[in-house]
Design a protein around this ligand. Sequence first.
Ligand SMILES: Nc1ncnc2c1ncn2[C@@H]1O[C@H](COP(=O)(O)OP(=O)(O)OP(=O)(O)O)[C@@H](O)[C@H]1O
Ligand SMILES: [Mg+2]
Length: 310
Amino acid sequence: MPSMLRGAQMVKAANKRKVAHGDTSKIPRASYQSATRVQPQPPTNHPVTDRSDGKRLSPRKVNLDCLDSSSEFIAAGTFGKCFLSKYLGFRVVTKEVASYALAQAEAKILESLPDHRSLPYLFGITPPSKDPPLLVMKFHGEIGRPLTLHEVIHEGSPAIGRQNWKAVLADIVSAVSTVHKSGYLHNDIKSNNILLEKTDDDQYKAVLIDFGKSRTISAPKKYNLDANQRDHYRKTFKHIAPELLKGHPQSFQSDTFSLGMVFKLVASKVECMKDLKELSKACTSTDPKRGHLCMKSESVFRLPNKLNVL
Ligand SMILES: Nc1ncnc2c1ncn2[C@@H]1O[C@H](COP(=O)(O)OP(=O)(O)OP(=O)(O)O)[C@@H](O)[C@H]1O
Ligand SMILES: [Mg+2]
């Protein structure tokens, strides 16, 4: 058999093995979707055991002996708290998650994403014996405290110049498009879930965090809200695309809508970025005929070019 042909068959067989073990990484989206139609995914509380071939099933476990016992509270999330700690000497955030199944689900998504300067780096999750379960991630922030985009915008400090703002926005767009290209939706893009961090060249970079609501594009969530709830969500969670409140499934467009709301916030609060308003409108526009679906919103993949011409 010619060696190239054999190579292709081996790759195919390796991918089949990955799907059988619930590992969706490195499998192109199209083949992942067709594979999952035939082979259902294991439930999220699938027990984490070693595979018969001796390889580890994701998500990776941290070694509790290497995690500092002292930790400092830094933020409270919806479900649990986040602490600043050290793992193997690296500064890390430990995020409490409500259940082991949820910790596994969030960790699996983070592990499926490629390494990226604007996506969180996960060291692993704690073993099932640890209650509450923790996600252990690289810490992004300034002198021991995280700096969210929300804080920077509302406190007007630190001062960030226009070129750096453009780089920060490009980071966010690049993070979202990497998530999408990997076959996932983030589903919670907002200024609280974007961290800013100073780099060695004294510029700020952005990191998109919080994959607690993320899902594969093939399994989007549909909200089922009554009129009162819809009204409450519309007023409280302005970053959620309007069509989702009407029961349409989460989509690339609904993430693009949320991204547009981040642009809108920056445009309205940062003097030197007022011209971002047009792009924010393009991302959040609704289809006038249908009146609800953001069919006309910009594809996130075209946004880098649009940011360049600002
Ligand atoms: N890798 C990190 N580096 C620094 N700080 C972080 C990191 N991850 C999370 N944090 C801090 O912890 C906060 C809560 O984290 P996260 O948003 O992931 O939790 P959550 O429970 O899903 O929160 P919520 O639902 O309120 O958005 C963040 O806003 C941030 O201040
Ligand atoms: Mg959050």
